[in-house]
Design a protein around this ligand. Structure first.
Ligand SMILES: [Fe+2]
Length: 141
């Protein structure tokens, strides 16, 4: 199995210390792993559409939760650059995922190894860096 299709595994290293965020990250990992498997196994087109749609809608829901927490905690007033950078990273993920979603829906072939290499890598890097920093800020309040 290519390296990129190794399922992501939740570990305590990924914990931000904020319950709602950690629960959603676990869910996101499951959904991303399902999507990885579907494309790896060349699931039929309808299933591919469903997994990419599910991935995107859960991601948007999750980003909304984090961005709401940034808003209510006053992060934007204290560290506007951190808030902007965080939101910018979220948009990079949804932008890329939407490109893939359109390709799947239009029936275009996609290089799914590079797709999931990007999405998996993004998730781990983002959680380990940006989200943990947000978690530390929220827990300091
Ligand atoms: Fe985030």
């Amino acid at each position: 199995m290519p390296e990129n299709f190794k399922p992501l595994q939740w570990t305590d290293e990924l914990a931000t210390g904020v319950d709602v965020i950690d629960k959603q990250h676990k869910m996101l990992i499951n959904i991303l792993n399902d999507a990885n498997r579907c494309f790896r196994d060349r699931g039929d087109r309808e299933l591919q559409k469903k997994v990419i749609d599910d991935l995107l809608s859960y991601t948007v829901y999750h980003f909304d939760t984090e961005e709401e927490l940034m808003e209510t905690s006053g992060l934007g007033d204290i560290s506007p650059d951190d808030e902007l950078k965080h939101i910018h990273e979220h948009r990079a993920f949804t932008g890329k995922a939407r490109e893939y979603q359109s390709a799947v829906h239009d029936g275009n072939s996609i290089d799914y190894e590079s797709v999931f290499s990007f999405l998996n890598g993004w998730l781990v890097n983002h959680v380990m860096g940006t989200d943990k920093k947000l978690g530390a800020f929220l827990n300091s309040k």
